[in-house]
Design a protein around this ligand. Structure first.
Ligand code: GLU
Length: 426
């Protein structure tokens, strides 16, 4: 699977807050700043629709396992609900709620004509056979298809789901509704997926880095970086950072962490893992404790694993000048304050990792038109949207003397409120 990130509870993930509390905290600050009344605070926090389904699947142990699946549509004022689906044993309704609302602000910050949604199944994807994942996927799609549709709600990949999972989803939906490529994004190229989509979240992080680098006095060709989580987002961000001349000096995944001041080749590491090798067995690097990864001195830290990985207990050890949040809600509010006090330039998730959903939007546009763009066209357009998002947020943050995170949330919430008002909802 492209984005396999198993949690390592015993190490990095000891967040003092849940994902839901993290997003709520940042949301409340934006609402306070916008001086929205309490009734609207509730409207824009609550989900529009929450669907929970039972997914009983017979696994290779001969037993029928009952998983829970969720699809939560948070807000659709700006357009069809949009957001990924993750498979992870820790998925629960609160986590999906948090991630759905994050999608609402993310699509608004990138100024896409989409709302926000998220889905998840509490299945241990890393331990399952492909046939078992296919069975879960088809059963899940069968149970949520009533609330989906290319102009209603469009899923995409997230943690532990990839183009193959999207192909099964599209196929299952097609059995009921006829061939409908725009029902989900992040599909394989062979099934009307978009060129550049797989790399887009990582590429988007790098576009953000390029925008921010001059502001912090960094030269991309001389920069060093550390990646936490070498799945789809982390590995593509690393490979594209390396194309600029930057050097990866530390990296981790679910199996452990490694470092090398001379540099770890991002392409070779991706190939090594793709061939079934363990990250910790990558030649030429020193194996370190995952807890020590964040303390490596570097210019840029890219958290690209799960939520809450940067928390009060480890934020103080971080030794970088910029954090680019490839993951969703990786930083708790207390850790955010510590980073702020240390003068670290934090590019928050709602803008930093928007490249995935931006390319999803391009895929959807192509599917709606039954047309295909070249990879160059996708990448150029992606760069345009990401740069604009960075500049919009920076301008807002400067105007009101805010962090980029507060600026992004404020802009996102404001745009959603504006669309709701225009529809006459509030
Ligand atoms: N799962 C990705 C995210 O969190 C992509 C969502 C999408 O493309 O709809 O942004």
């Amino acid at each position: 699977m492209a984005t396999t990130e198993k949690p390592r509870e015993e190490t990095a993930r000891k967040a003092e807050m849940s994902n839901l509390d993290i997003v709520r905290y940042y949301y409340d600050r934006a609402v306070d700043r916008l001086e929205l009344p309490d009734d609207l605070r509730t409207v824009f926090w609550s989900s529009y629709r929450e669907v929970t389904v039972q997914i009983p699947v017979k696994l290779s142990d001969g037993k029928t396992h009952t998983f829970s699946g969720y699809r939560i549509q948070h807000n659709g004022a700006r357009g069809p609900y949009k957001g990924g689906i993750r498979y992870h044993p820790e998925v629960d309704i609160d986590e999906v709620r948090a991630l759905a609302s994050l999608m609402t602000w993310k699509t608004a910050v990138a100024n896409l004509p989409f709302g926000g949604a998220k889905g998840g199944v509490n299945a241990p994807a890393g331990d399952l056979a492909r046939s078992e994942i296919q069975a879960i996927t088809r059963s899940f799609m069968n149970k949520i298809e009533k609330i989906l549709g290319p102009t209603r709600d469009i899923p995409a990949p997230d943690v532990n789901t990839d183009a193959q999972v999207m192909a099964w989803m599209m196929d299952e939906y097609g059995k009921l509704h006829g061939h409908t490529p725009a029902i989900c994004t992040g599909k394989p190229i062979a099934l009307e997926g978009s060129y550049g989509r797989e790399q887009a979240t990582g590429r988007g992080c790098v576009y953000m880095f390029r925008e921010a680098a001059p502001q912090v006095g960094l030269t991309p060709a001389e920069a060093t970086f550390v990646v936490q989580g070498y799945g789809n987002v982390g590995s593509w961000a690393a490979r594209i950072m390396q194309q600029l001349g930057a050097r990866m000096v530390g990296v981790s995944d679910a199996t452990g962490a490694i470092r090398s001041d001379a540099g770890i080749d991002a392409d070779d590491l991706a190939a090594h893992i793709g061939d079934g090798g363990k990250l910790t067995e990558f030649p030429g690097a020193e194996v370190i404790s995952p807890d020590d990864l964040l303390a490596i001195e570097c210019d840029v830290l890219i958290p690209a694993a799960l939520g809450g990985m940067i928390h009060e207990g480890n934020a103080d050890r971080i030794n970088c000048r910029m954090v680019i949040e490839g993951a969703n809600s990786p930083t708790t509010p207390r850790a955010d304050q510590v980073l702020h006090d240390k003068g670290v330039h934090v590019i928050p998730d709602v803008m930093a990792n928007a490249g995935g959903v931006v390319a999803s939007y391009f895929e959807w546009v192509q599917n709606m038109q039954h047309f295909r763009w070249s990879e160059r066209e996708v990448n150029d357009k992606l760069g345009g949207v990401m740069r604009k998002a960075y500049r919009d947020v920076s301008a807002r943050a400067k105007e009101e003397t805010l962090s980029l995170r507060d600026g992004a949330y404020t802009l996102g919430v404001e745009r959603v409120v504006e669309a709701s008002r225009a529809r006459g909802y509030v």
